[in-house]
Design a protein around this ligand. Structure first.
Ligand SMILES: Cc1ncc(COP(=O)(O)O)c(C=O)c1O
Length: 389
């Protein structure tokens, strides 16, 4: 495991990874850096087939030193499913769905929290906390239970009840907060400071993004080390978008892929689309989105710490932001379910709706190979979607 240091994504300052860390002194998120020459020697694409079917198959570019420190429930290496019937519906013959619904705790949040909790435990933390729209909280609590750590989760008061029950079932303490995830984030940070808990909010600790980046490695491996033309990602805090981009850079440095990159599309709800708006306005950061509302709770992030990183990815990849309505999101869920047998979370449905828009606007053409993300199971959102069903 060739982790060598953590670099600040804002000021570039290097940090020693041997202790629990949050942001750089300048406020920038930290990125793990590896000895990629060594990783490239130990992790040849041709040999990966024999490795375990979880994200830990890429352990040469993950930060956990000792395999005994892994806190795992079998996360990652999810199916990349050809979706010809959905593709036919949209007029796009080469559509694939990266289906994250089968992850432990039912969403892609398992990836990041497996890494964050493994590192938190290895570095000596006893209590972990984060603000959540639901899925991150239950994943934190599940991995904390497996690690024997105490989990504290701060959620908006209107979070679907299933997430509270699930988190509490894993032994996590849930605090509901009036307002949005940004308000929950403030309460969480205050309590973490007062109690000495390790804060694992999106991009505030360095390792969730390392778990999420494995989605980029998986897409490359599952496509025979040829990246698709376009990737659609439902974007809240943006760790997956940022993580996959990091993965592509690492893979190029190791010689696994060439310099070509997919166009990255950040999909948001038109009730909360700060990244879409900021990109359209050519900004380098995204101001707070007022009165955020959408039934896709994971997309209801009015201000993200990693806004500048997401916007950079959209620019560098020649991608864009796409906003869709809640009604279109529900139609997207229905389309994926009836054509491909996948009951998506609303965030996944948003990607189906966004792909329809990108086809209509000419951003995506029938020649393109497209990967869209379903980031979780729809089963936890039945009540949330019911009013628009
Ligand atoms: C199902 C689902 N999809 C997408 C997202 C957004 O993910 P990110 O914050 O990494 O952008 C979330 C976040 O809560 C989520 O729960």
């Amino acid at each position: 495991m060739p982790l060598v240091r953590l670099d600040c994504t804002k000021c570039g300052r290097p940090h020693d990874p041997g202790r629990v860390l949050n942001l750089c002194e300048c406020g920038g998120p930290l990125f793990a850096r590896y000895d990629l020459d060594r990783a490239a020697k130990d992790m040849r694409p041709g040999h990966l087939a024999l490795r375990e079917p979880t994200l830990w198959r890429y352990d040469n570019v993950l930060p956990v030193e000792d395999p005994d420190d892994r806190i795992s429930l079998g996360e990652g290496f999810t199916p990349l499913l050809a979706a010809p019937r959905l593709g036919h519906l949209l007029g796009l013959p080469r559509v694939f769905i990266k289906d994250e619904g089968g992850n432990p705790t039912g969403s892609f949040k398992a990836r990041g929290l497996s890494l964050a909790i493994s590192m938190a435990k290895a570095l000596g933390a006893t209590d972990v906390c984060l603000p959540s729209a639901g899925n991150a909280g239950s994943a934190l609590a599940a991995y904390a239970a497996r690690a024997g750590l105490a989990a504290h989760v701060f959620v908006p008061r209107d979070v679907p009840r299933v997430f509270v029950m699930e988190t509490e079932a894993y032994g996590g303490a849930v605090r509901t907060v009036d307002g949005l995830i940004t308000d929950a984030g403030k309460a969480c940070a205050e309590q973490a400071r007062a109690s000495g808990w390790y804060e694992c909010a999106t991009l505030k600790e360095p390792y969730r993004v390392e778990g999420k980046k494995t989605m980029g490695y998986e897409i490359a491996e599952q496509m025979g080390w040829k990246l698709p033309d376009a990737i659609l990602y439902p974007t809240g805090g943006g760790t997956g978008l940022i993580g996959m981009w990091k993965a592509f850079e690492e893979m190029e440095a190791m010689g696994f892929v060439g310099p070509g990159r997919p166009r990255m599309y950040a999909v948001q709800s038109d009730g909360c689309a700060p990244i879409v708006k900021a990109f359209a306005e050519g900004r380098e950061d995204a101001p707070m989105w007022e009165n955020a509302r959408t039934l896709a709770h994971g997309l209801r992030v009015p201000k993200a710490l990693g806004d500048f990183l997401m916007l950079r990815v959209l620019h560098q990849s020649h991608g864009a932001g796409v906003a869709v309505s809640d009604q279109e999101i529900v139609q997207g869920v229905k389309d994926a379910a009836s054509s491909e047998g996948i009951f998506m979370c609303p965030e996944g449905g948003a990607c189906v709706a966004a792909l329809r828009k990108l086809k209509a606007s000419g951003h995506v053409s029938p020649d393109d190979t497209v990967v869209l993300f379903n980031t979780g199971t729809g089963l936890k959102y039945v009540d949330a979607m019911a009013p628009l069903w």
